[in-house]
Write a protein that binds this ligand. Structure first.
Ligand code: PRT
Ligand code: MG
Length: 213
């Protein structure tokens, strides 16, 4: 049995049609079901529906053989023992640094509100800037308006949320999309089965990109 850890919410919504095109149909709609473990049209493949942040943990510990989660989550997790063989090309957005348009571009010790604490630390360290990082769990975009932070590091898709809160993009930190990850030990142990699954999903992604089948 192969177990796939799937990030619920937006990624699940966009990745399940892709899995279906790869011939992996979920027996239940995760959005309408309370079941956290769902069987599929492949009798040796089952899907666990998890919080995005928990997907790498399940895969790293071998509780799932494969996983689907956002690159933002993987950048923040930075665990060992994972391969990332496929960019699924769905749930695309950008991880950006944003501030009010009038904010000074360089402040000696910027206060940055984010839920991406590790990624933000690395980003500023790479510039030689010591930032004060304020961990939030959501609604980061409000922090500059109320004086909690000078800037935010957050995901942006259309930019509507930033604009509605009077913020502009100052810098792009990373391009984000959903990725397929594989437990390294499982890849050795079940190499044929896992690589054939990865290939199937890869072909479905290529078709989705408008490429030839
Ligand atoms: O609990 P939490 O909201 O943190 O996560 P969740 O479990 O609810 O997951 P969900 O469904 O929100 O999906 C999160 C994952 O989807 C992220 O880890 C990304 O990999 C991916 N993703 C892709 C996005 C977006 N696009 C996106 N636009 N996650 C969040 N957003 C947010 C963005 O931060 C903004 O607040 O959507 C809002 C709208 O964006 P604009 O720019 O279009 O206004
Ligand atoms: Mg959400």
């Amino acid at each position: 049995m192969l177990t796939v850890a799937l990030s619920k919410g937006r990624i699940c919504h966009e990745a399940t049609p892709l899995l279906a095109r790869a011939g992996i149909d979920l027996d239940e709609d995760p959005a309408g079901s309370r079941r956290l473990c769902i069987t599929t049209s492949l009798e040796d493949v089952r899907v666990l529906v998890l919080r995005a942040q928990d997907v790498p943990t399940f895969v790293e510990h071998g509780a799932a053989d494969l996983g689907i989660t956002g690159k933002d989550v993987l950048l923040e997790h930075r665990g060992a023992g994972l391969y990332e063989p496929l960019d699924l090309g769905v749930a695309r957005c950008r991880l950006v640094l944003a501030s009010r348009p009038d904010a000074k571009s360089v402040r000696s010790r910027p206060r940055v509100a984010t839920k991406y604490v590790e990624t933000t630390r690395r980003f500023f360290a790479g510039k030689g800037v010591q930032a004060e990082i304020i961990r939030l769990y959501g609604s980061m975009e409000i922090a500059p308006a109320v004086g909690l932070a000078d800037c935010v590091v957050d995901l942006v898709e259309t930019g509507a949320t930033l604009a509605a809160n009077g913020l502009v993009v100052r810098e792009e930190i990373a391009a984000i999309s959903a990725r397929l990850i594989v437990n390294k030990a499982a890849m050795k142990l079940s190499h044929r089965r896992i690589s054939s699954l990865v290939e199937r999903i890869g072909r479905a992604v290529a078709r989705d990109d408008g490429g030839w089948s």
